[in-house]
Write a protein that binds this ligand. Structure first.
Ligand code: TYM
Length: 348
């Protein structure tokens, strides 16, 4: 028993976003926008604000609550329909934490130690002082996905290694217990913006945790702020080339072209062909206008939704009930496979 044939599993999408800061254009293009496309393709979609992942590094409780609601508002404002997709926050469905414990016992220390995110987050710091949760982070992520038997996970490029580990955990569990129980999940990393880079440094990814606010566009930025950030974005003095080949060693220029492509629905090659010879003095205002046109309505809708936090909490609660209904029978089966006695209440 090596690979589990996914044909045996119903197509189901799961993905998550950490409410550990305001969401960025990177989260929007690499994740949210594509989550909406998947929902609209009619596949079953489950989306989660992973608040338990967020606390693997310190989070102020009030901010965590606010950012979770803000994240939920961003999903809905971007086009996630809570009637069609399941939208909830992770801590409300305890099956995630329960399966994560079992995966902590399946995964190996060496696997976790090789994760680049772990290495990056502890680089130059005292790794001994990092939380145990941060080290075990990828096992919880595998649990998020596999507790739903999700077959596909849309993410940005930076999550690829974690999804490979999810596959390793599924395969090892299936092999150890001699079952074909977990699917071997496919990462879905597609489109022109799988890795949106910082506006200040084209070799670093755009991130909600970057100390410089100028490095990113936040989904809460107003039109003037977005335009100013794009105007000040680092570029080079050359005009745009005629083909993508000409952007090979120009990471900042390539990043702005990719952002334009993802926002407009064009390919990067089409953007370059259409703007060949343009200086950034011309291209940047065009990009700013496009970004404001696409993000402005989302920001406005987010702000409207955030006026009614009780309604957001209600949506998250309903989503959690629906998520629980899928996860619990799968988790019960896992306990049975592992050999745990479950004799409380009416069970069995
Ligand atoms: P997080 O919260 O860092 O990011 C959420 C999603 O946004 C994508 N993303 C980007 N895409 C393109 N360019 C960028 N600059 C950029 N920055 C972020 C991420 O790839 C991700 O898809 N570990 C995950 C959260 C998680 C999860 C899961 C994801 C927990 N459990 C299960 C999928 C399935 C994370 O920290 O994402």
């Amino acid at each position: 028993m090596t690979d589990t044939p996914n044909a045996a599993f119903k197509p189901r999408i799961f993905s998550g976003i950490q409410p550990s800061g305001g969401l960025t254009l990177g989260n929007y293009l690499g994740a949210l926008k594509r989550f909406v496309e998947k929902q609209d393709e009619g596949i079953e979609t489950i989306y989660c604000l992973v608040d338990m992942h967020a606390i693997t590094v310190w989070q102020d409780p009030e901010r965590l609550r606010r950012q979770t609601r803000e994240g939920a508002a961003a999903f809905i404002a971007a086009g996630i329909d809570p009637a069609r997709s399941i939208l909830f926050n992770q801590s409300q469905v305890s099956a995630h934490a329960e399966l994560a414990w079992i995966f902590n016992c399946v995964a190996r220390m060496g696997w976790m130690g090789r994760m680049t995110q772990w290495k990056d987050k502890t680089a130059g710091k005292n790794a001994e002082a990092a939380s145990l949760g941060l080290f075990a982070y990828p096992a919880l992520m595998a649990a998020d996905i596999l507790v739903y038997h999700a077959t596909m996970v849309p993410v940005g490029e930076d999550q690829k290694q974690h999804l490979e580990l999810t596959r390793d955990i599924a395969i090892k569990f299936n092999n150890d217990y001699k079952v074909d129980f977990f699917p071997v999940t496919e990462p879905v990393i597609e489109g022109e913006a799988t890795r949106v880079m910082s506006l200040r440094d084209g070799t670093k990814k755009m991130s909600k945790s970057d100390p410089s606010d100028q490095s990113r566009i936040n989904l809460t930025d107003d039109a003037d702020t977005i335009a100013a950030k794009i105007r000040k974005a680092k570029t080079d003095p050359e005009p745009l080339p005629e083909t993508l080949e000409g952007l090979r060693d120009r990471p900042e220029a390539r990043n702005l072209v990719n952002i334009y492509a993802a926002l407009s629905g064009m390919t990067a090659a089409q953007v370059v062909a259409e703007n060949a010879g343009a200086q950034f003095g011309t291209f940047k205002p065009k990009l700013a206008e496009l970004a404001v046109a696409k993000l402005g309505p989302i920001t406005a809708e987010m702000n409207r939704l955030l006026q009614d936090p009780a309604e957001i909490d209600r949506i998250l609660g309903q989503g959690a009930d629906r998520a629980e209904a899928i996860a619990r029978p799968i988790l019960d089966k896992v306990y049975d496979i592992v050999g745990m006695i479950r004799s409380r209440g009416s069970r069995g």
